[in-house]
Design a protein. Structure first.
Length: 151
């Protein structure tokens, strides 16, 4: 199993490279926060009898800051692993293929959810990306106000 844990455009680049060298006994997933482009590329590059399997993923248990140096072993507990559904089916169907997804999340207490990539991206925009943008904008306004009052 290969997990792509890089920014979205790097994931797309790696998908192109890996599709040429991995075979049907391999599985690939990603942890990116958007699924539209990933699912489209996966449908084009993977998931045929002679090619590797690909299931878009998005662990929803992160923090406001990223990077390997900030990783915590327990952050995934009580998290939600979101898998993008596209033409190859659902996590349950993947688990039946013997490619290693049966029971994903069971041992650490996380849950899984199958979503259409467009619906995934819409929900994540509302519950994750928009609040982050609002918080960042508010912080910038408050910082500017604080600087103005101090001068």
């Amino acid at each position: 199993m290969t997990v792509l844990a890089v920014p979205i455009y790097a994931t797309l680049d790696w998908m192109e490279k890996l599709a040429r060298v991995l075979g049907e006994d391999h599985m690939v997933t990603d942890v990116g926060s958007t699924k539209g482009q990933i699912a489209e590329a996966a449908g084009r590059l993977f998931n045929t009898p002679e090619r590797a399997a690909f299931l878009p993923g998005h662990p929803m248990a992160g923090k406001e800051r990223g990077g390997a140096e900030l990783a915590e072993r327990t952050v995934s507990r009580s998290g939600l692993a979101v898998y993008g559904r596209f033409h190859v089916g659902t996590v349950a169907e993947w688990g039946c293929t013997g490619k290693g997804l049966a029971g994903v999340g069971d041992d650490d207490g996380s849950k899984t959810l199958d979503l259409d990539p467009a619906r995934h991206d819409e929900l994540v925009a509302w519950v994750s990306h928009l609040p982050q943008f609002v918080a960042t904008a508010l912080s910038a306004v408050l910082e500017e106000e604080w600087a103005t009052r101090r001068s």
